[in-house]
Design a protein around this ligand. Structure first.
Ligand code: URA
Length: 209
């Protein structure tokens, strides 16, 4: 079964409080999401493999470590996932970025793929699917299905806030996928919003309503 990691670092929790605040405007909201995405990327890359090299310091030759060049792919779920991409790229600038767009079918209420553009070698990459909110789990499950259908194997899911209901469904549907969260909230309300949550992440990022 996939593991669930809650990144409750004080800086993340502090910034998340202002992200939740209804009085935080679009500019600040966007900046805070970007910063939290960077902090989460720092944690999520903790197990990246290293390799030893020689380096000339002004004093001597030293053995030191550099990243072994593991290939990464960041996959935002459109549209709110876009708000987390730049923050991650600040730490991992060589990562490729793929996009998955989903809409909710008004009859079945199920997510349907409308846009998928991925790096050509996704089967070789460690893929991090990002979306600020893991609510019902429907979009996360479908986005991960989209990657697996196209050869994605090594997949992680990262979000700011999750509802327990969504976490359970993603774990059941994709037991091979670890989930990284900044806060695990209480529940979903009747409209599918996370409680207490932060409202609609896409609207707050892009200033729409
Ligand atoms: N999507 C959001 O943007 N917010 C929620 O609370 C749930 C899903």
């Amino acid at each position: 079964m996939g593991k669930v990691y809650v990144f409750d670092h004080p800086l993340i929790q502090h910034k998340l409080t202002y992200i939740r605040d209804i009085n935080t405007g679009t500019k600040e909201f966007r900046e805070l999401v970007d910063e939290v995405a960077s902090l989460m990327a720092f944690e999520i890359t903790r197990d990246l493999p290293l390799t030893e090299v020689s380096v000339e310091t002004p004093v001597t030759t030293a053995k030191s470590k550099v990243l072994a060049g593991k290939k990464l792919g960041i996959i935002p779920i459109l549209r709110a996932g876009l708000g987390m991409v730049d923050g991650i790229l600040k730490l991992i600038p060589a990562a490729k970025v793929g996009h998955v767009g989903l809409y909710r079918d008004p009859k079945t209420l199920l997510p349907v793929e409308y846009y998928v553009k991925l790096p050509s070698d996704i089967e070789e990459r460690e893929l991090i699917v990002v979306d600020p909110m893991l609510a019902t789990g429907g979009s996360a499950i479908e986005a991960i299905n989209s990657l697996k259908k196209r050869g994605g194997k090594n997949i992680k899911f990262m979000c700011l806030i999750a509802a327990p209901e969504g976490v359970e469904l993603v774990k059941e549907a994709h037991p091979d996928v670890d989930i990284y969260i900044a806060a695990l909230d209480e529940k979903l309300n009747d409209h599918g919003y996370i409680v207490p949550g932060l409202g609609d992440a896409g609207d707050r990022l892009f200033g729409t309503k």
